[in-house]
Design a protein around this ligand. Structure first.
Ligand code: PLP
Length: 464
């Protein structure tokens, strides 16, 4: 069975996600369909033995490489003991152990874990819980949310509504909640000579004003700490989180940290929230803020099986704890909530963080990624190369001085993507942004390959 065999059968019945299917099977296909037979470490392999370096960690999920032996072992052992049991009225060792571990690792004060099976659902849980908390405590006017422009929080209607205006959201606008969207601290548009910190502080003014005007009707502010990933890997200074924590407290509004993409070491620390400088820049104080809700998914199982969790504070949990007849319980569930296999994969993933000192090795790897993109940074039409930990993003623009983008229909990113696939590197772009978000087990040699292919792919994609 070769590639064409699986490709034909796939295109006959599978509706692929986030895809204009005509790109694959129209008269002049612009995107290849690649059947993957197996995977190992950072490599995917098709049915004809061709290999692809998974530079985007299979949509940011795969942090320790494909089929990591420790995770595979843990899954096999769990499968021999308990496959699945409903979590209402029942519990099991993997979920107890995982909850204890997550509470130990999370910002202090996040003490309760509510599970789901994908990131969007974890966001829905946070939104519903925040609203319901205010209702249970008698604040029934609070029915809205504040979100950042250019943000992305998932695809289900509640999570989709929180996302900034975009091609993912706009079609469904008539169906959606209407959050208060506030200009983003994303530093790409900052003026020449302005520091990230100054720009971020300046942009915070919009948030402060929205809170002043709307705190009475707002349940929570939701943000992606440090990096607006789906919005084109746009980055901002962690000072924003410090200012936001303080302002949410002052205005009596919850803070939801959507760490679905950036959690588990991607930014260089375990969580994006861990970067927030202490208020007043007290040098003796520990950095980091505690949000009221923290959503985790993607990397949590090392990219093996779906799992998501929303962590929250004991004080929020307590507002739901009452006599049954008071009707205050959080009556939300998903069929596969707390699946034991997924929890075991997550525990094995957390073991890897403890056993391998991965955050330290990642520092060296991210420096290497930066060094290896020196040539790329000089190419025409490369408007910015930005990096935070194990995310490096390259923004292409028609005019790098005015930052006028390439028209989206020119699909410059797709040209890089196709060049990458021909040369054995998976670089799925976000519009005009090419990015590296590799598994943490990538070797220096593989970083070199990745950067070489990306450099040449970009050089060709921006030529006319
Ligand atoms: C991917 C993502 C989601 C949605 O997670 P799914 O598992 O795809 O539903 C939500 N928020 C952020 C920041 C994400 O990157």
């Amino acid at each position: 069975m070769n590639n064409d065999h699986w490709k034909t059968r796939s295109l006959a019945h599978v509706w692929h996600p986030c895809t204009q299917m005509r790109d694959h099977d129209g008269e002049a296909p612009t995107l290849p369909m690649i059947p993957v037979k197996r995977a190992d470490g950072v490599w995917l392999e098709d049915f004809e033995g061709k290999r692809y370096l998974d530079a985007v960690s299979s949509w940011w999920t795969n942090i320790f490489g494909h089929r990591h032996p420790a995770i595979v072992e843990a899954l096999k052992a769990q499968l021999d003991e308990l496959d699945h049991v409903m979590l209402a009225g029942f519990t099991h060792a993997p979920i107890v152990e995982l909850s204890e571990r997550l509470v130990r690792l999370a910002p202090p004060g996040l003490n309760r874990c509510f599970y789901a099976d994908n990131g969007s659902s974890a966001v829905e849980v946070a939104l519903k819980m925040s609203f319901h908390y205010w209702r249970n405590t008698g604040q029934t006017k609070k029915t809205r949310f504040i979100a950042l422009e250019n943000s992305y929080h998932g695809e289900t209607l509640g999570a989709l509504a929180m996302g900034g205006p975009s091609m993912y959201r706009d079609t469904y606008a008539p169906l959606l909640l209407e959050p208060i969207h506030v200009p983003s601290p994303d530093c790409y548009p900052r003026g020449a000579g302005e520091s990230w910190e100054d720009y971020t502080r300046r942009q915070f003014w919009h948030m402060e004003r929205a809170l002043e005007q709307h705190a009475d009707e707002v349940c929570a502010v939701i943000v992606e700490p440090l990096i607006q990933c789906a919005g084109g890997m746009r980055m901002y200074h962690p000072l924003y989180l410090t200012l936001l924590r303080e302002a949410c407290d002052r205005h009596g509004v919850h803070l939801i940290a959507d760490e679905i993409a950036v959690g588990f070491g991607r930014t260089g620390r375990l969580f994006g929230c861990d970067w927030a400088p202490p208020p007043g820049f007290d040098e003796d104080a520990q950095p980091g803020i505690t949000p009221d809700f923290m959503c985790l998914s993607k990397g949590i199982t090392g990219g093996t099986i779906p799992l998501a969790v929303t962590l929250t504070r004991e004080s929020i949990y307590e507002a739901f704890w009452a006599e049954y007849r008071e009707g205050k319980a959080f009556l939300h569930s998903h069929s596969y909530t707390g699946n034991p296999l997924a929890c075991r994969a997550a525990l094995a993933t957390l073991d890897l963080f403890e056993d391998t000192r991965v955050l330290a090795t990642n520092r060296a790897l991210s420096q290497l990624m930066w060094a290896q993109t020196a040539e790329l940074r000089q190419l025409p039409h490369v408007a910015e190369v930005r990096q935070q930990g194990m995310v490096l993003a390259i923004e292409l623009a028609k005019n790098i001085r005015t930052k006028e983008p390439f028209p989206s229909e020119e699909r410059r990113g797709v040209r890089v993507y196709n060049y990458g696939l021909e040369h054995g590197v998976l670089l799925r772009p976000l519009g005009n942004v090419i990015y590296f978000m590799p598994p943490y087990v990538i070797t220096p040699r593989e970083v070199e390959t990745l950067c070489k292919v990306a450099t040449e792919g970009i050089r060709r994609a921006v030529r006319d």
